[in-house]
Design a protein around this ligand. Structure first.
Ligand SMILES: [Zn+2]
Length: 257
């Protein structure tokens, strides 16, 4: 059989990006602009709204799982950000405080879902911010809706994703439950048990870094900052200006709803 060039290309890209070609990426889902109906799936532990803590803006790294907030271990980035903040306060230095804020831990929320009309694509994981999280909890605690994830009596949710055209403004997510409850799976959707069994353990989708690895990422970041400062004769001590525009956009997207 001839080699599958498309697959080879994907493997090469994944290797260069330091990601793996396993199933992890298949779960990733982002809303499209406009309306889409989703169904949040129940998890075995009874909590389908998972909370994780990340550090962004550490060079070109994607969000780094914070060892401290997620796993109760030491975290060099938390320590560094706190120190930066204290220095900023003591010296009344707005720039230092700004840089500290960029490194503070941020929360993201994750739920397993299926997308209506795309059920055959299987379980997806939706990542959202605090506003959407609180809205969802509000619906669950509202007796008019209750457990929106129940396979028999739950409710689909219409997600409107609005991408504003103006620079500096962020995409906005609006959630509205359907007026009537519905079953999770009919014949068109397929085998409900199989679907529910295929829900991934969401924590396992992230690349968990040890305390030492996080320290090394921070060290790399700080030393690259120092050398780029020398080149550009920047004087700002802990500038994070060398983060690319794309990273900044992504961070903004990840940190805001
Ligand atoms: Zn941390």
């Amino acid at each position: 059989m001839a080699i599958n060039l498309e697959a080879m290309r994907a493997k090469l890209n994944a290797s260069k990006n330091g990601t793996s070609t396993n199933k992890k990426n298949d779960f990733r889902w982002r809303p499209s602009e406009g309306d889409q109906a989703i169904r949040i799936l129940p998890t075995e532990d009874g909590d389908p709204f998972k909370e994780f803590h990340f550090h962004y803006n550490v060079g070109k790294n994607p969000g780094i799982l914070c060892p401290k907030k997620n796993h109760g271990e030491e975290c060099a980035i938390c320590d560094f950000a706190s120190k930066l903040w204290r220095d900023g306060v003591e010296n009344d230095d707005a720039t230092l405080k700004q840089e500290a804020k960029k490194l503070f831990v941020r929360k993201r929320y994750y739920s397993p879902i299926i997308v209506r009309g795309k059920e055959t694509e299987g379980v997806k994981v939706w990542s959202y911010g605090k506003t959407a999280y609180e809205t969802l909890l509000g619906y669950v605690l509202d007796p008019d809706y209750g457990d929106v994830t129940d396979p028999e009596t739950g409710t689909d949710i219409v997600l409107n994703y609005d991408i504003p055209g103006t620079p500096g403004s962020f995409p906005k997510t609006t959630l509205k439950p359907r007026r009537r409850p519905s079953i999770l799976c009919d014949e068109a959707v397929g085998n409900c048990d199989e679907l529910l069994e295929s829900i991934p353990e969401i924590g396992g989708l992230f690349d968990r870094k040890t305390t030492e690895e996080v320290q090394a990422l921070l060290d790399d970041f700080l030393s690259s900052e120092t050398s780029s400062e020398k080149r550009s004769s920047e004087t700002t001590k802990y500038s994070t200006k060398n983060a690319s525009g794309i990273d900044e956009q992504f961070d903004k997207f990840m940190n805001n709803e």
